[in-house]
Design a protein around this ligand. Structure first.
Ligand code: URA
Length: 222
């Protein structure tokens, strides 16, 4: 997977930068799947739990790997753990998580446990700030590998941060929400983050439309 390869290269470059490197010779492209991460969610989870590759590891309580059906057709990607996620080690368990669960169960009409939920970064950014590019790119290979293993049909990017790091596109979420982007491996659908909906309940109408679209796509062959 090209994006996984690129994410791993970026991670390596950020590590070298942290070590003081200002220049590195061209990195040779390897062929085929470049993943130097395991193709097994439990093994990947163990690696994440021991990760010390960025400064977020110093302030976290628990890593938040992600959870759900390892064969899910639908995957949600958020930004990063908040306070309750940091304490419990589970994604989307706070107020935003309660709303996400309602969105899945009431609009798409499937149990939350039949989906897979993960984040761009696996450790809580202090004060819930947006992860820095360095933190996001360092962590991204883990998410790319999760997507590769779960192999969902649809990935929903919750909010601008998830959309940006999943696509490389810096367009605002308002502009792209509801679009269906065929990545070749899965369909990516950006929508508003549940935290945004808690602050702007009037935007729930639009997200509801996005969720119905997701439901239709998932039911295409059922
Ligand atoms: N917000 C996120 O983006 N992810 C979580 O896991 C919780 C809140």
């Amino acid at each position: 997977m090209n994006r996984l390869y690129n994410a791993l290269q970026l991670k390596r470059l950020y590590q070298l930068k942290q070590l003081g490197y200002r220049y590195v010779p061209i990195i040779e492209k390897r062929s085929g799947s470049s993943a130097d991460l395991p193709d097994d969610l439990e093994m990947l989870k163990r690696i994440v739990s021991e990760c010390r590759l960025c400064a977020l590891s110093k302030t976290r309580t628990k890593t938040v790997f992600g959870e759900g059906d390892p064969n899910a057709a639908l995957m949600f990607v958020g930004e990063g753990p908040g306070a309750q996620e940091d304490t419990t080690g589970r994604p989307f368990v706070g107020r935003a998580g309660e709303l996400l669960t309602k969105m899945i169960e009431n609009a798409i009409e499937i149990p939350r446990s039949s989906t897979y939920i993960a984040n761009i970064v696996k450790c809580r950014p202090p004060n819930n700030r947006v992860p820095t590019p360095e933190e996001a790119y360092t962590c991204l290979p883990f998410l790319m590998k999760q997507i590769e293993i779960v192999a969902p049909r649809v990935v929903v990017a919750l909010g601008a941060t998830a959309y940006h790091y999943l696509t490389g596109d810096k367009s605002g979420i308002t502009k792209v929400r509801g679009e269906v982007i065929d990545t070749g491996n899965y369909l990516l659908i950006p929508t508003y983050h549940p935290s945004y909906l808690l602050r702007n309940p009037s935007a729930k109408k639009e997200v509801y439309q996005d969720l119905l679209k997701i439901k239709r796509i998932l039911c295409e062959n059922c």
